[in-house]
Design a protein around this ligand. Structure first.
Ligand SMILES: NC(=O)c1ccc[n+]([C@@H]2O[C@H](COP(=O)([O-])OP(=O)(O)OC[C@H]3O[C@@H](n4cnc5c(N)ncnc54)[C@H](OP(=O)(O)O)[C@@H]3O)[C@@H](O)[C@H]2O)c1
Length: 251
């Protein structure tokens, strides 16, 4: 992205079947994006996602990517960047886990942390260096309000997102002034397959609303985006609520 107010022509999605990422890709294709890489675990879901974007007129390629295999990230992302410049990397992979189950099975809990946090540390650093080498571009990281404050209901997932969020903020500061922009996106409850079957949280939103917020954030070159935006205020209050009170809130 040569112009700060411009939108990407080329997009790399890490977590290529993510419903939020695909809604964002659709929106960006409708604006300016022509070339898309969907990086994800190989399978029919990834190929179907690619086909759905091709019908919108984009040139879409897929590449095998596993967040749980950080040793491969340099090679996988290196291959993508070697094929041509990437204006936007969207880090969208993640798993929610099953809090009640994972509390009793620490190895499953570790899987959540390895996917959402250490996988993102590795992929984020590799992507950031590639963007810095080309001298421009944005890294958009899908964090979560769940990382803002520990909740009894999802603190394993929440703690992984807290780590991811802090990492992405620091990376943004490290890259400040290099021409590479890092944007942290903090959605609340989004209706996707990740949350299917769960009781809906207040201020629930859609992948399309996240996509709209991402586009606006890119145009403004924002560093942090909340979806919906009112969550910024809500969380600034909740963050300071006493623990004894927060524990009893229906959030
Ligand atoms: N939905 C929400 O309420 C919500 C709220 C805040 C933040 N977020 C975050 O937004 C991001 C996208 O979520 P979503 O709602 O779009 O959910 P989703 O549709 O379930 O997407 C999750 C993505 O993560 C990928 N993934 C999981 N483990 C992976 C691994 N080891 N290697 C590579 N890819 C892996 C999945 O790929 P497969 O197809 O291979 O499983 C899928 O593409 C996540 O980081 C999530 O934590 C979601």
């Amino acid at each position: 992205m040569k112009d700060a107010t411009d939108l990407p022509q080329s997009l790399l999605v890490l977590g290529g079947t993510s419903e939020i990422a695909l809604a964002t890709a659709r929106r960006l294709i409708a604006r300016r994006t022509r070339s898309v890489w969907l990086a994800g675990r190989p399978g029919s879901a990834l190929e179907q996602a690619a086909e759905s974007l091709r019908t919108l007129g984009a040139d879409v390629r897929t590449v095998a990517f596993d967040a749980l295999d950080p040793e491969s990230h340099e090679t996988v992302l290196g291959k993508v960047f070697a094929e041509g410049g990437i204006d936007l990397v969207l880090l969208a992979f993640g798993i929610l886990g099953d809090q009640a189950y994972d509390e009793r099975d620490p190895l499953r809990a570790v899987q959540v942390a390895r996917t959402n946090y250490t996988g993102a540390v590795s992929a984020g650093l590799v992507a950031a260096r590639a963007l810095q080498t080309q001298g421009h571009g944005s890294l958009v990281v899908l964090s979560s309000v769940a990382g803002e404050r520990a909740r009894r209901a999802d603190f394993i997932y929440g703690s992984s997102k807290a780590g991811l969020d802090t990492f992405a903020q620091g990376l943004g500061d490290a890259l400040y002034g290099t021409g590479v922009h890092v944007m942290v996106v903090r959605p609340g409850f989004v209706r996707t397959r990740m949350t299917a079957g769960l009781p809906e949280a207040p201020l629930a939103t859609t992948p399309e609303a996240v996509a709209t917020a991402v586009e606006l954030g890119l145009r403004r070159r924002s560093e942090t985006v909340w979806v919906p935006g009112v969550l910024r205020l809500v969380m600034s209050v909740l963050r300071h609520a006493p623990r004894a009170l927060f524990r009893r809130l229906p959030v």
